[in-house]
Design a protein around this ligand. Structure first.
Ligand code: G6P
Length: 608
């Protein structure tokens, strides 16, 4: 999400820091800042906007330093303002912190610290860190950091400097990546190897629960009990571009592979399994209104629209609320009558899609309740809707949406659980769903274990000029998303259809060279989809089935099988979509297309 870099040494801290921060620009961000120490004083500068803006301000000042910490922020808690940008400082201006991740118990800690007299100036979760460290600080920075971290629940990759300990920076990791390198040029730390790879290719990747004290020519890594860890360096042979993609050939593949983490981030701190509920701070302000909602209209474009279609099934099944989904581009021109107690839910990765924004304006004219599920914090749709839930999936760079989709479906499941428990969903059923949602990161990891088999399938089928994707119920939107992914990056004609509708038209296309991908996990409509597969086989069509691990009986029926782990059917799209993303990716690669930049398409469509 956010980018971090830190440096301590004799080689011009400002220049190294600024160049490193620029290399993190590809991740997307909305504000930036730095703290630089000359051994006596620390200067802290923060701006809203690009690193360029920071450069302009820094250029006007005479900043010489021997240690520096920098951050580019991708807002999660609190709006995009200078005071919310990092670094954050304690009351006395001694301790400075940059942080990636989310401090889940920040509200409680903040209240306690306030009672002790600490003054807060931002809306962020991060700001509790410098104050908590200040609380424990007794001249020894690492000791104070470790004591503070024992009170923290959540995730962090953090870098700390203190005016009175200017010979060191202290860093710690819990679920947010950090890499360090200490060599003859000084001590480096970054959230991403790309920021420091021009200074060293030998790096140490920190693990969860590790703390490192970095000096200009020395470092030590311990755990939170201060037990010293012996860590090995890794030699990276990446160039800078490869480093930005963490070694993956394309951003799309990187984003596919990080879905376990992005989905974990989307649900972090939002599930209370014992109570079978979800806690969604962003819609808390309208929770009473939501109790009376009798109808939900979901509006979105592209991949977000297909996530919306899954939302329709989820909201009707878990919450019993009649739900309708439309393309925002169509809806904006409908003469839609509003009824009492309805809500309009906008789903958008970017939060800037012109058609979705225009539809939102129409809804607002009619004074109906508008909600958002948006990934980019502070974007137009996030600002204009009455309330909403952020995805926290991190920046998505590849034009073809992948991790945003799985995150949207997870958030829709959380919203459906929330609304369901406000209505008739029992405690037992709520618990079952909450537990299943919590298992998703692990199940996604299993799904991603062997992608080479899908790469081979893409090679096997890449002479086909057309593809059909079919599925029923929860798998029907996945069929459409699969067809969209394939056509947008490999330029092969593909259609997504409801398996039941196939006999009303598309079956006429089926012949030996027109393969079908059937999304058929063993769910409540499995047998029905199998009948449709049989209809295709009877016409000599080839079939690749995406089905549940352990399904042996389908082997005799289809040509190829991709297995996904067993999961409650309402969450199955989050797993079944992954193979179709990978299939589309390798198809595009097999033709030599760049999947990150498909022809004629844009990441954020801000025109009608
Ligand atoms: C473009 C992108 C798609 C995206 C769609 C909607 O077409 O290429 O990946 O699904 O816009 O964008 P949004 O940001 O509103 O989700």
């Amino acid at each position: 999400m956010c980018g971090i870099i830190g440096y301590i040494g004799d080689n011009g801290a400002l220049d190294i820091g600024m160049k490193g921060l620029k290399r993190l620009e590809y991740r997307g961000y909305d504000s930036a800042g730095l703290a630089i120490s000359n051994g006596k004083e620390v200067s802290c500068i923060k701006v809203v906007g690009k690193v360029e803006e920071l450069e302009k301000i820094v250029g006007d000042k005479d900043l010489v330093g021997s240690s520096i910490i920098l951050h580019s922020r991708w807002a999660t808690h609190g709006g995009i303002t200078e005071s919310n940008a990092h670094p954050h400082a304690d009351c006395k201006g001694n301790i400075f912190v940059v942080h990636n991740g989310i401090i889940e118990n920040y509200k409680q800690i903040r209240e306690k610290l306030k009672l002790m007299g600490h003054k807060f100036v931002s809306e962020t979760d991060t700001e509790v860190l410098p104050h908590l460290i200040e609380h424990f600080y007794n001249g020894n920075l690492e000791e104070a950091v470790i004591k503070a971290l024992k009170y923290i629940k959540g995730t962090y990759g953090l870098v700390v400097m203190a005016k009175h300990n200017s010979d060191r920076i202290v860093v710690a990791r819990m679920f947010s990546p950090l890499v360090i390198s200490v060599n003859e040029h000084g001590g480096f730390v970054a959230s991403d190897p790309s920021a420091i790879i021009s200074h060293s290719k030998r790096m140490i990747f920190l693990e969860d629960g590790e703390v490192a004290v970095i000096k200009k020519d020395d470092f030590i890594i311990t755990d939170l009990e201060r037990k010293v860890k012996d860590k090995k360096e890794t030699e990276l042979d990446w160039d800078i571009e490869e480093a930005q993609k963490s070694g993956y050939a394309h951003f799309m593949l990187k984003e596919i592979m990080e879905q376990s983490e992005s989905v974990a981030n989307s649900m972090r701190g939002r599930l209370i399994i014992e109570e079978g509920i979800s806690k969604l701070g962003g819609i808390d302000s309208v929770k009473d209104k939501l109790k009376d909602i009798k109808k939900i209209n979901i509006l979105a474009c592209g991949t977000s629209y297909y996530a919306g279609l899954i939302g329709e099934y989820l909201l009707e099944e878990l919450a019993g609320i009649p739900t309708e989904v439309d393309f925002a581009s169509e809806f904006r021109y409908r003469k839609f009558p509003t009824v009492e107690n309805e809500a309009y839910l906008f789903i958008s990765q970017s939060g800037e899609t012109a058609d979705s924004l225009a539809a939102l304006k129409e809804v607002k004219k009619r004074k109906a309740l508008s909600l958002g599920i948006v990934n980019v914090v502070g974007s137009s749709i996030a600002r204009e809707t009455d309330a909403g839930v952020y995805n926290h999936a991190g920046p998505e760079i590849g034009v073809a949406s992948t991790k945003a989709f799985t995150s949207q479906v997870v958030v829709l499941a959380l919203v459906a659980l929330f609304l369901g428990r406000q209505r008739n969903l029992s405690l037992a059923d709520g618990k079952t769903i909450a537990k299943e949602i919590s298992k998703l990161p692990e199940l996604i990891n299993n799904t991603l274990k062997d992608i080479s088999a899908i790469e081979l399938l893409a090679k096997k089928y890449n002479s086909a000029s057309n593809f059909l994707f079919i599925g029923r119920k929860y798998s029907y939107p996945v069929a459409m998303e699969g067809a969209l992914k394939l056509k947008e990056i490999s330029y092969i004609h593909s259609e997504g259809y409801s398996a039941g509708e196939m006999k009303h038209g598309p079956i006429a296309l089926i012949e030996e060279n027109f393969p079908t991908i059937a999304i058929c996990p063993q769910d409540s409509v499995y047998e029905k989809t199998v009948s449709n597969i049989q209809e295709i086989k009877a016409r000599n069509g080839k079939v690749i089935a995406i089905t549940t691990q352990g399904n042996e009986e389908i082997k005799s029926l289809v040509d190829d099988i991709i297995y996904i782990p067993k999961v409650n059917e309402v969450l199955s799209p989050i797993l079944s979509v992954i193979p179709v993303q990978i299939f589309a990716y390798y198809m595009a690669v097999s033709f030599g297309h760049n999947p990150d930049m498909p022809r004629n398409l844009a990441k954020s469509v801000t025109v009608e």
